[in-house]
Design a protein around this ligand. Structure first.
Ligand code: URA
Length: 237
């Protein structure tokens, strides 16, 4: 935590002296509340500081989620297609967020975006086994033998072996829980059991869900929500 005036002057927006007079004039807010003193402590990675309603670009580290629509590729640039970067609101572009892991162009749902390489690594590393839950619609039949095969660890058509996973029927499709992220993993797991995915959506990562985030929406996570990415308290499937 650092002093408000230090963080603002560090951003180049105001000198410390100007900061003092802006605070007196109630022109600065911190997380939506009017700042009352220049020496109040703020978290430059997380606090939302605004001067006259404009965001001060102080944040260095950020974790956010997107509700990815179909049709966007998960990369920072692409010569042909629009990328998930187009879904980041203008005011956050300077933070150089990147997607953690990958959803196929047609896959929808929860995608973590961050500029924290260490967090990205922790989320992806198979040894951490962070669970991802998908909802899929598919052609074919899901039978009890498929559930057992998922639990035992499927062998894909190219011989790759998957870690134990879960699958169960849900509404007009099924839920699949995996703890790794091989290329086209869910589609290939389903295909190895004779099912063809026709719709795929990631609905959870760790204990974090999309909650009320609309399709195409972007939201910065709170520190509490970040923790949900790594917690495993509630069994979902
Ligand atoms: N598995 C897939 O097949 N596709 C995705 O986008 C994510 C998981």
């Amino acid at each position: 935590m650092e002093r408000l005036d230090k963080v603002i002057s560090g951003s180049g927006r105001l000198s410390r002296k100007e900061c003092r007079s802006y605070v007196k004039q109630k022109r600065i807010t911190v997380d939506g509340e009017i700042a009352t003193s220049v020496d109040m402590k703020v978290d430059k990675d997380r606090s939302e500081i605004k001067i006259d309603g404009d965001l001060v670009l102080t944040r260095r580290r950020m974790v956010a989620i997107l509700n990815k629509p179909s049709g966007y590729v998960t990369s920072t640039e692409d010569p042909r297609d629009k990328t998930v970067m187009a879904l980041i609101p203008e005011e956050y572009r300077y933070l150089e967020l990147f997607p953690v892991g990958r959803l196929d162009k047609e896959t929808e749902g929860l995608l973590v975006m961050t500029n924290d390489g260490e967090l990205a690594h922790r989320l992806i590393a198979p040894k951490n086994g962070v669970r991802k839950v998908y909802f899929a619609r598919f052609e074919g039949n899901l039978v009890p033998e498929d559930v057992d095969a998922f639990r035992e660890g499927l062998t894909l058509k190219d011989g790759q072996v998957c870690l134990p996973a879960e699958i169960c029927s849900y509404n007009d499709g099924c839920l699949i829980l995996i703890r790794e992220g091989k290329y086209h993993q869910v589609r290939r797991m389903m295909a190895s059991r004779g099912m063809k995915v026709t719709y795929l959506e990631r609905v959870m990562e760790g204990d974090l869900s999309l909650a009320n985030l609309e399709r195409g929406g972007f939201r910065v996570l709170t520190a509490e929500e970040e923790k949900l990415l790594f917690s495993e308290e509630k069994p979902y499937v």
